[in-house]
Design a protein around this ligand. Structure first.
Ligand code: ZN
Length: 238
């Protein structure tokens, strides 16, 4: 059951079809704070939906409008992520509002509500699994959300998004930086393929791990990470 809490922060999609879903956390102490921010004309931020920890869904922006959730971002060379996507905020204290134990896990009730909402959205829009992404996937230099606690594998079990699982036990030899960058770029990440293991490459590997190997986020292309990059590359480029 969703409640309307209209936000003025949206504009025209200018004919761009919706074919992507971007998931966020609010990074706020509670949903009331998040709703205030997402509906304040001064913040110029919004999302189509906010899912509270108790499973309540708030509808903020109509799906045919362009909500302002992704900011400076890119995926597969496209930078106007807001034009082609639906943005969903999940109430979560995130990294900046986290307590001493770090970011909080997502309650089952909240994830069940999210799964229900995504299935509903997909009845209206053709959104492939490979285009169900986190904010950190499309803005790896700036964003960490929805964070390592977000249960991507559970969503994949519910038929939403891709999950590579652990790589094959006969993991291939660790590829060079250039091959790793090329595979990450083919997947969609905004990374230069220049063979240099700089800050951008590290941020993108970190973003990949947040989504596809959240139990061990190191920012380095170890053998298991490289193996998973290979699996995701093949799943996304069929
Ligand atoms: Zn975000």
């Amino acid at each position: 059951m969703s409640r309307n809490r209209p936000s003025p922060n949206h504009d025209d999609r200018k004919g761009t079809a919706v074919d992507m879903l971007v998931l966020h956390y609010t990074d706020t102490p509670d949903a009331a704070t998040a709703l205030d921010l997402l509906t304040d004309p001064a913040t110029k931020v919004s999302a189509h939906y906010l899912v509270d920890t108790d499973g309540r869904v708030h509808a903020l922006v109509a799906e045919d409008r362009r909500a302002w959730h992704a900011g400076v971002a890119s995926w597969r060379g496209v930078t106007d992520i807001n034009a082609c996507s639906i943005g969903i905020e999940l109430q979560n204290r995130g990294h900046s509002c986290a307590g001493p134990d770090g970011p909080e896990p997502y309650p089952d009730t909240q994830i069940a509500a999210l799964i229900h909402l995504v299935r509903d959205i997909r009845r209206r829009h053709d959104i492939p699994d490979r285009r169900i992404l986190g904010h950190s996937d499309v803005a790896p230099m700036r964003k960490q959300d929805p964070g390592a606690h977000f249960p991507w594998s559970r969503l994949a079990e519910a038929g939403i998004g891709l999950w590579p699982g652990p790589g094959p036990s006969d993991a291939p030899p660790v590829a060079g930086t250039r091959q790793v960058q090329a595979a990450l770029a083919r997947i969609g990440y905004g990374v230069q393929v220049d063979g240099r293991a700089g800050e951008e490459t590290r941020s993108v590997i970190t973003a990949f791990q947040r989504h596809f190997r959240p139990d061990r986020i190191s920012g380095t292309a170890d053998a298991d990470t490289v193996s998973r990059i290979g699996v995701v590359d093949s799943l996304m480029n069929v």
